[in-house]
Design a protein around this ligand. Structure first.
Ligand SMILES: Nc1ncnc2c1ncn2[C@@H]1O[C@H](COP(=O)(O)OP(=O)(O)OP(=O)(O)O)[C@@H](O)[C@H]1O
Ligand SMILES: [Mg+2]
Length: 258
């Protein structure tokens, strides 16, 4: 079954009747890499102020979905609506200006810049320079470990520290819609709990989020709506309490979880 049918069960319909379009709507989206198809007719909707968790096994297409939504790759078919407006194929930097931000998988830092240069660059770009000093202080408050390494080159940070450096700017200056990919990867459990607590605060302050996560229990704690991807299609779309964990598959379950 493809997304369209499942969505009727609650997905794109969430928020219907409120009079407002969902903040983000993905309609029958397909995408891939060259001849390879990674997503097949995916549909979902994210209501403003809500948190959607996208779960699913390795290779299901979660990261591809994040890349398409944030404008890093163009879909081969389907549509993406932001505030009800068609933004399909719009570039990442344009979407970023509309406060849609992507915290990608892994350690996306500038290796040859220092910790502070990385933060200043990311924070400055996000808001054209305004309020950068406050956001920098907030980033160090969130990750004190980075504060002691301000002048260290990002290339020489540990894997976990690079992960902190990648996350710090988005958490320090939350956008309107945040797409976080594999937040938990590379973070020690204690730090992960702290980052999730921060994420909850960010959400309460009004940021809408799409959280792609392997650690199902953390995601379920945060999200009110769940989409499970499997082999590039939507296998489940509904409220968190209706999710049967057995549908997530061998690697998307608690295997890598807490
Ligand atoms: N740049 C790329 N070029 C070619 N194929 C790719 C590329 N990136 C991803 N793929 C393929 O697309 C499919 C979906 O990958 P994707 O990274 O979206 O999965 P995922 O659900 O994020 O998996 P994981 O949980 O392992 O991060 C996979 O089969 C993958 O091999
Ligand atoms: Mg991925």
């Amino acid at each position: 079954m493809t997304g369209a049918g499942v969505v009727e069960a609650g997905g794109a319909m969430q928020g219907a009747g409120s009079g407002h379009p969902p903040l983000l709507e993905v309609i029958d989206l397909s995408a891939g890499y060259g001849p390879y198809r990674a997503l097949f007719g995916v549909s979902l909707a994210v209501v403003a102020g809500s948190a959607l968790a996208v779960l699913g096994p390795n290779g299901a297409g979660k990261t591809t979905l994040a890349r398409v939504i944030t404008g890093l790759i163009r879909p081969t078919s389907g549509r993406i609506l932001l505030d009800g407006e068609d933004v399909t194929g719009e570039r990442a930097w344009r979407l970023a200006r509309r406060a849609l931000r992507h915290a990608p998988e892994g350690r996306s830092v500038f290796a040859s810049l220092t910790v502070e240069e990385n933060l200043l660059l990311q924070l400055g770009v996000a808001a054209g320079g305004a309020g950068t000093a406050d956001a920098l202080a907030r980033a160090y408050e969130l990750f004190p470990r980075l504060a002691g390494r301000r002048r260290q080159l990002a290339a020489t940070l540990s894997g976990g520290e690079q992960r902190m450096l990648a996350l710090a700017p988005v958490l320090a200056r939350p956008p309107r819609l945040l797409v976080v990919d594999e937040l938990s990867l590379g973070l020690a459990p204690v730090l992960l709990d702290q980052v999730y607590a921060t994420l909850r605060g960010v959400r309460e302050a009004g940021t809408t989020m799409i959280v792609i996560e392997q650690r199902v229990h953390h995601a379920l704690d945060l999200a009110d709506h769940i989409v499970v991807l499997d082999k590039g299609t939507v296998a489940f779309d509904g409220p968190a309490e209706r999710l049967d964990l057995g549908t997530i598959g061998p690697t998307g379950g608690t295997a890598r979880g807490s």
